[in-house]
Design a binder for this molecule. Structure first.
Ligand SMILES: Cc1ncc(COP(=O)(O)O)c(C=O)c1O
Length: 382
């Protein structure tokens, strides 16, 4: 029997097509790849790995990561905390959203016993302490330079160094434990950005003169879209080297999302109509594919026919999503075989991150069929 915790299993995407012939989009999870990625982080990151739940909160994805040794989770809402703790009662959740509703704080403290919270403003600290008390760890989030990241995650959140010093002192005066957190930006292409941010954190900590429980270096580790991406080990080495050279003598935490799960999932769509070089498919920017527009991220693709590959030289196509909105078009040209036609399938790789969790359901189109595919991906052609 299948359930979100036990999706139906197939030996390959070709077999998904052969058996289901899906005219609806299918989200394919490759647990072996997820487990391998989780092990890479658990063994290579020089500290404790928290999975950034928002990136892909599907229960089966959480399970694959948890089975490979990840039992700390960055959570940003009560719904995420509930999802994680219901599945893994012993997991440690951190409430790492810098702005929280009072009701959410009450539930976090009273129902779930959360002890670690991010803040970036004194009013939020007052609110937090008034509800959760002082037997907590207050992580002060500092803003860091965007550098070579695709998404700037310090434009909305993060205290300046001076404000962070004041916040740390205030948290200490309250009697709370203290920590520092930052996020160098998602899909960060420069490993040295972590060194720069860690240097800022060290300076803030020294000036505040308060003991730190840990330094949380956030997420931002990249996935290998068609960009020049350094290996994850380079990021781990830079972080370990910076810790040593800067004299940071507290434990490190990291909150990877994208690099942990992107590669371990794909989205299988079907061509519902071809008009010249325009293909109308059944997932789009209001579904799992919004990052292709928002981040200009360029996932690998391949075209498949039930009885084999689609023939013809690769040429650029424009892809429209299923909703009635003219904005529902993928910005990039996608290179697909020239003989592609209605009824063929297009598989998008690197779809584990910010995909299934970001769907809107607009117009009634939702990718809600999840399957498990054992083994590795078939090769993408472009
Ligand atoms: C606080 C926090 N931690 C971790 C992450 C995960 O980042 P990434 O997916 O770039 O690794 C995010 C992403 O938005 C975040 O906001």
């Amino acid at each position: 029997m299948s359930s979100p915790f036990h999706p139906p299993s197939f030996p390959s995407v070709a077999e998904v097509i052969r058996r289901l012939e899906p005219s609806y989009p299918v989200f394919c999870v490759f647990p072996d790849i997820l487990r391998e990625r989780a092990r890479t982080f658990v063994e290579g990151f020089p500290g404790t790995v928290l999975y950034a739940t928002k990136c892909n909160p599907h229960p089966y994805v959480l399970r694959a990561l948890h089975e490979s040794g990840i039992d700390h989770f960055d959570t940003a809402s009560i719904s995420e905390i509930a999802k994680v703790t219901e599945q893994f009662p012993d997991a440690h959740c951190y409430f790492n959203h810098p702005v929280k509703g009072r009701g959410a704080l009450e539930a976090a403290a009273d129902v779930y016993g959360i002890t670690d919270y991010v803040v970036d403003h004194p009013d939020e600290l007052d609110k937090l302490v008034s509800i959760a008390g002082t037997d907590i760890t207050v992580e002060v989030r500092i803003a860091t330079p965007k550098g070579k990241a695709v998404y700037d995650l310090s434009a909305k959140f993060g205290a300046s160094p001076d404000d962070a010093v004041a916040l740390l002192k205030k948290a200490k005066d309250y009697g709370c434990r203290t920590a520092i957190a930052f996020h160098v930006g998602s899909q960060c292409l420069d490993p040295e950005a972590f060194r720069v941010a860690m240097g800022m954190a060290k300076k803030v900590a020294d000036e505040a003169g308060v003991p730190l429980e840990y330094l949380d270096v956030g997420g931002g580790f990249p996935a290998s879209y068609k960009q020049d991406v350094a290996p994850l080990q380079t990021y781990f080495d830079v972080i370990a080297d910076a810790k040593q050279k800067l004299g940071i003598d507290v434990p490190l935490y990291g909150e990877p999302g994208r690099a942990l799960v992107a590669e371990g999932c794909s989205v299988l769509t079907q061509v519902h109509l071809r008009k010249g070089d325009d293909l109308y498919i059944n997932d789009g920017i209001y579904g799992c594919l919004s990052e292709i527009r928002d981040g200009d991220l360029d996932p690998p693709v391949r075209a498949v026919r039930k009885d084999g590959p689609v023939d013809g030289a690769l040429r650029p196509f424009r892809l429209f999503g299923p909703t009635c909105d003219s904005l529902d078009v993928l910005k990039l040209p996608f290179y697909l075989p020239e003989n592609i036609r209605e009824g063929d399938w297009i598989e998008f790789g690197l779809m584990g991150a910010y995909s299934i969790g970001m769907q809107t359901g607009f117009n009634g189109f939702v990718t809600d069929t999840i399957v498990r595919v054992d083994g590795m991906h078939e090769e993408f052609t472009a």
